[in-house]
Design a protein around this ligand. Structure first.
Ligand SMILES: Nc1ncnc2c1ncn2[C@@H]1O[C@H](COP(=O)(O)OP(=O)(O)OP(=O)(O)O)[C@@H](O)[C@H]1O
Ligand SMILES: [Mg+2]
Length: 323
């Protein structure tokens, strides 16, 4: 395990989409431009060899943030910076970043044999001297993710969702990636298969010193693998810090509600408050704290001014009335 050192620094990153109707329509109906604030002023640092998890409901901007990190989406404001890292072979350079997607059925080319899916980046990046070495490496990678060397000959349709996600992981490892951005990698899978994939990811992290940015809408999924955790609501972080501290003692009412919706095996009969209301539109977010319409402890201040992230025992919280 390498010494902890920053691998990614995100500084005040925002991503806004112009979702205005066509110019002519707008001029005729005198409508103003409509700007959707998908990600708003987010800052964080990911340490090498650790897992930084981001959790929030659908539409809160998780995938947009992930796309910015892998360079598929440019920030409208702010900056993302990858720090040079020293690899086992002694070389110093920017980390190799790969993304693992949610849908293992859509992310693998159905016409390619699995062996070619995994071999492509190895050939592309000239990571092995000849075809024999490529084939050897593909076989090794299949075994590393818990499949067999013979699986290289088969096509993606022959595999289950969980096995396909293993193939996606093998392909990411084939690039000799240092940093994996995992956008809901297990949410399309059954619970038992989810657990197997999460265990595999934890093992690979330990073995290869991988860094993860792990995205989920489900706090219980990230519970056992996160070092740092950020809770996102309508494009902003509302609470972020060491995962253990947040799970032990959530401070933001939204975090508390998310935790309340997780079944507790030790207290199966406890009262669980369902989360009320829907996530408002990021085009016209509520004034003040965007969470106030759904917040069980909101007061008049909460609709008057937006709370900023402030340090509160070990973590940052954006709330006028933190617990
Ligand atoms: N290219 C785009 N153009 C316009 N709006 C977009 C674009 N991409 C995302 N959005 C909007 O940005 C907001 C955040 O979307 P995003 O996909 O990042 O959310 P998410 O947290 O990943 O949601 P989910 O859990 O459903 O995957 C949504 O309101 C979405 O409609
Ligand atoms: Mg998403």
């Amino acid at each position: 395990m390498p010494e902890p050192s920053p691998i990614l620094t995100v500084s005040s990153a925002s991503c806004r989409f112009d979702v205005s109707p066509p110019v002519l329509t707008r001029l005729i109906s005198r409508e103003p431009r409509r700007i959707l604030r998908a990600v708003e002023n987010i800052s964080f640092t990911v340490e090498r060899g650790t897992t930084f998890s981001i959790v929030g409901e659908s539409g809160c901007g998780k995938s947009t943030l992930a796309r910015m990190v892998v360079g598929l989406q440019r920030p409208t404001e702010g900056a993302l910076h990858f720090h040079d890292i020293r690899r086992a072979d002694g070389s110093l350079g920017p980390p190799r970043v790969q993304m693992i997607f949610q849908d293992p059925y859509a992310s693998l080319n159905p016409r390619w044999r699995v062996g070619d899916v995994i071999a492509e980046p190895i050939r592309e990046l000239n990571l092995r001297p000849d075809e024999a070495a490529v084939t050897e490496r593909v076989g090794d990678l299949l075994e590393i993710v818990g499949l067999s060397r013979a699986d290289a000959e088969r096509y993606p349709h022959a595999f289950s969702g969980g096995q396909r996600q293993r193939i996606s992981i093998a392909r990411a490892l084939a690039t000799e990636a240092d940093f994996l951005v995992c956008d809901e990698p297990t949410s399309a899978l059954d619970v038992s298969v989810q657990a197997q994939i999460l265990n595999l990811m934890v093992r690979l992290q330990r073995e290869f010193g991988l860094t993860y940015l792990f995205i989920s809408h489900n706090l219980s999924v990230v519970r056992h693998m996160s070092d740092q955790l950020a809770i996102m609501y309508l494009g902003r972080f509302v609470e972020s810090g060491p995962a253990e501290a947040i799970f032990q003692r959530p401070r933001h009412p939204y975090t508390r509600l998310l935790l309340d919706t997780i079944p507790d095996v030790e207290r199966p009969n406890r009262q669980r408050k369902p989360m009320s209301g829907e996530v408002p539109s990021p085009i016209a977010p509520p004034p003040g704290c965007a969470f106030h319409p759904r917040c069980p402890i909101a007061v008049s201040d909460c609709s008057a001014s937006a709370p900023v992230l402030q340090a509160l025992d070990e973590r940052l919280v954006a709330c006028h009335r933190p617990a």
